[in-house]
Design a protein around this ligand. Structure first.
Ligand SMILES: *Cc1c(COP(=O)(O)O)cnc(C)c1O
Length: 479
């Protein structure tokens, strides 16, 4: 036996197992066909079944015990097992009666995009290795910037979500305020750097401040009015006091669509204040930014075009699948200053173009394709109809609940409705618990101006007026 044959014999038994990772073409097609059909039937069952998970966590953990990965198992069996776990073991955010957090039923083009991205698996770190993919993402970002009304060219990039985009804004604002931040971190500032966001802003800011090294105390949570909008007066007062105390303010965050109530901070006033004292203005429009699609609703965000940077999540109102945010800015130089690095092993270092030197991520998935295909297939008119539909259904819910004697305590322009039950009803947590226990719908509890409210947000493009009326009835009955 020569050495070559010995080598072949030694590796032969492994071949079959490796084939599980890279099956023959025909088998792949068969499994993909199976998957397409199985997913379609699961989606049908999900949309008419319970919204809430049926499996307990204990059941899920005990089912998982069987997987010790000691020996290979047939893929089809694994796929069937997994789909069943997801069908019965998650909150169905794709359900038409899920009136929950900003998690949409993903658009179909976005799901197609995921398949394509997984197949070609382009590495979007660099424009040299993936010129087409990097260009497609940059094209979408420019188009979104144009739609926001940014003057001149927009730069920016896709992110894992709103949190990463907000994190990017913070790094840019710090770098803008003090170029020595790049080398020295928070020590570069003459006093503690601080920034301003409303008390109803997204709490990721707290983690972001911690992670960046400026510390959680750097977040100044500014008072809001009864509707959840940041008070410009409170902002001015706090800013002046901080400057007096030797702190170094560097950024104002206006939230355009708060999570609890869809409130829009006074963007133009924030702009004016930021300009007076030379601060970065970031607009966090992770959810609310969706209205740029609608000429009728876009005016709600007036002033957003004057922001230094904007966060907009495609995986919220734009209905891209999970993990698709955007960071947009007018200041290419700041982004380059914040993220540049020279890596000798990378194929190119085109400062302005390569995502690995203009953003926080390095290896990068082609998530922007989800929005490119969705926008391409629906056009802006399709998206306008999509967001207007949500807003109309939110208005319908508000109307129905008023009919049952409930009060609407927020402005539901961004499809978020905050509701207070009539006097003599059960407390809000009991009402929501009963609705969830029925499995027939999902709504959540939120706190607005110190009071518990039922929060319902229309996030699903396939929710119908009949769904809304059924949910209104459920809520009224549970009160
Ligand atoms: C959702 C949201 C975030 C966080 O975004 P993720 O995509 O969950 O990381 C930040 N700000 C606002 C206003 C949001 O709605």
């Amino acid at each position: 036996m020569d050495t070559q044959n010995q080598w072949l014999l030694a590796t032969e038994p492994q071949q079959e197992e490796v084939l599980a990772l890279f099956p023959e073409r025909r088998e792949r097609v068969a499994i993909q066909d199976f998957l397409t059909t199985a997913l379609d039937s699961a989606e049908r069952r999900v949309s008419s079944g319970p919204v809430t998970p049926e499996l307990s966590r204990a059941q899920i953990h005990s089912d998982l015990e069987q997987f010790d990965f000691a020996a290979p198992r047939p893929l089809e069996e694994l796929l069937t097992w997994t789909m069943s776990q997801l069908e019965h073991g998650v909150m169905h955010v794709t359900h038409p009666r899920y009136l929950g957090l900003f998690n949409p039923a993903p658009s179909f083009p976005s799901q197609c995009a995921d398949r394509i991205a997984a197949s070609f698996n382009p590495q979007l770190a660099s424009a040299t290795t993936s010129p087409a993919a990097v260009a497609i993402e940059a094209h979408v970002i420019r188009e979104i910037g144009r739609r926001l009304g940014f003057p001149g060219a927009t730069t920016g990039h896709f992110t894992s979500g709103g949190s990463e985009a907000n994190d990017t804004a913070l790094v840019c604002a710090l770098t803008h305020a003090e170029p020595a931040f790049a080398q020295l971190g928070a020590r570069a500032f003459a006093g503690p750097p601080v920034f301003y966001a409303s008390q109803d802003s997204h709490l990721a800011w707290i983690k972001i401040a911690h992670r960046s090294g400026i510390g959680r105390d750097a977040v100044r949570l500014v008072q809001t009015d009864g509707g959840g909008r940041m008070s410009a007066d409170a902002l001015r007062t706090r800013l002046a006091a901080d400057r007096e105390a030797g702190c170094v303010p560097f950024m104002i965050v206006a939230t355009a669509g708060t999570t609890n109530a869809g409130a829009i901070d006074p963007i133009s006033e924030c702009r004016a204040i930021a300009r007076e004292v030379g601060l970065w203005l970031h607009v966090d429009a992770a959810w609310g930014g969706g209205v740029i699609a609608s000429p009728r609703l876009a005016g709600l965000l007036r002033g957003i075009e004057t922001a230094d940077s904007v966060t907009l999540d495609a995986h919220k109102w734009f209905a891209a699948s999970m993990g698709c945010g955007m960071f947009l800015t007018r200041w290419q130089d700041i982004v380059a200053a914040a993220f540049h690095v020279a890596a000798s092993y990378m194929p190119s270092q085109e400062r302005a173009v390569d995502p690995y030197v203009t953003s926080a991520q390095w290896s990068r998935r082609f998530v922007g394709l989800r929005l490119f295909l969705s926008l391409g297939a629906a056009g802006w008119p399709g998206y306008a109809a999509h967001v207007e539909h949500s807003v109309e259904l939110a208005a319908l819910l508000a109307h129905e609940m008023r009919g049952y004697g409930w009060r609407v305590v927020n402005d539901p322009s961004l499809a978020v409705v905050c509701l207070v039950p009539p006097a003599g009803a059960r407390p809000v947590p009991g009402i929501v618990a009963e609705v969830l226990a029925s499995g027939k719908a999902f709504v959540s509890i939120s706190v607005l101006a110190g009071r518990s409210v039922v929060r319902a947000c229309v996030v699903n493009g396939e929710t119908s007026p009949a769904d809304i009326r059924a949910i209104a009835r459920l809520l009224a009955d549970a009160a």
